[in-house]
Design a protein around this ligand. Sequence first.
Ligand SMILES: Nc1nc2c(ncn2[C@@H]2O[C@H](COP(=O)(O)OP(=O)(O)OP(=O)(O)O)[C@@H](O)[C@H]2O)c(=O)[nH]1
Ligand SMILES: [Mg+2]
Length: 342
Amino acid sequence: MKFIDEATIQVYAGKGGDGVASFRREKFIPKGGPDGGDGGSGGSIYAVADRNINTLVDYRFARVYRAKKGQSGRGSDCYGKSAEDIVLRMPVGTVIKNINTGEIVADLVDHQQKVLLASGGSGGLGNLHFKSSTNRTPRQFTTGEAGQEFELKLELKVLADVGLLGMPNAGKSTLIRAVSAARPKVADYPFTTLKPNLGVVRIDHNRSFVMADIPGLIEGAADGAGLGHRFLKHLTRTRLLLHLVDVAPFDENVDVVHEAMALIKELQKYDESLYSKPRWLVLNKVDMLQEDQRTQVCQEFIHKLGWRDKYFIISAMTGDGCKQLTYAVMDYLEQLLVSTND
Ligand SMILES: Nc1nc2c(ncn2[C@@H]2O[C@H](COP(=O)(O)OP(=O)(O)OP(=O)(O)O)[C@@H](O)[C@H]2O)c(=O)[nH]1
Ligand SMILES: [Mg+2]
């Protein structure tokens, strides 16, 4: 499944500081020699690949990066300070293009790879550089160079970190809409979703993951019931599955425990390795239950299912519990990364 995460940013490197014309002033010496220092260089902008970042979502929030100007030179042979560079951390796999020329500026393939995006201007020269035997009191100096400016497009092919599993109408698309900018269709009939959707879930700066919403699965999917189970292939590269269950079905005759077990069986029939992936249970639509019954209904469900792993109680519609869920997912994925980085 192809999903291109993208962002457009503007980078402005800093201008170099100006050189200065100045003369030494000493008592009893009418004209000291020139002592005007050079300006410092403007800040440059770099991109650095970081394997701990998986999406470009942060660059959709902050689009403009301006490095500071170098300081001007001063008298007494003082050089201006150079401005600090800006380093933009991006996921490994990011391709950076110049929007105006279409040229590929960088292809970040290795962790910690550093690429110059916009070079800061050099500082101007102070008048001490212009001293010569014929001109002992030069008044010339040069101004700092302008910094480079570019409009850049960032592109990254992403794979889903987390997959949503569930019967039709469980609320998978509603959940991905609640926690990401993805906008799949939501409707109160089964099989609304016909193709997978990916959404980027942003937790905070430099912390985000990718969630996949796939079509609903029903009992007998392995034998072609409903839309079949071929969509499960989109979840094979994920690191965590969230099994969504509607705990308050409209039709009271529906046996939710039986349905949840049936779905798990279909998963196992499809692929043993997908079945043995870490999987958490997400009990959805609790807003449909009376407040004083929520805990009891959920506990009963967990008990009947014989569930011993992690579970979450949410309402994808009102957003209740969604934050706790996405934060727990993020923490879990980060821990996996730490252990693979070691
Ligand atoms: N009351 C309530 N309704 C919900 C909640 N989540 C989803 N729904 C409703 O349930 C219906 C199905 O939601 P979807 O998000 O389309 O379900 P889905 O799992 O994506 O369904 P398919 O794409 O058909 O597999 C819609 O009418 C939603 O508005 C919830 O937390 N509370
Ligand atoms: Mg859907």
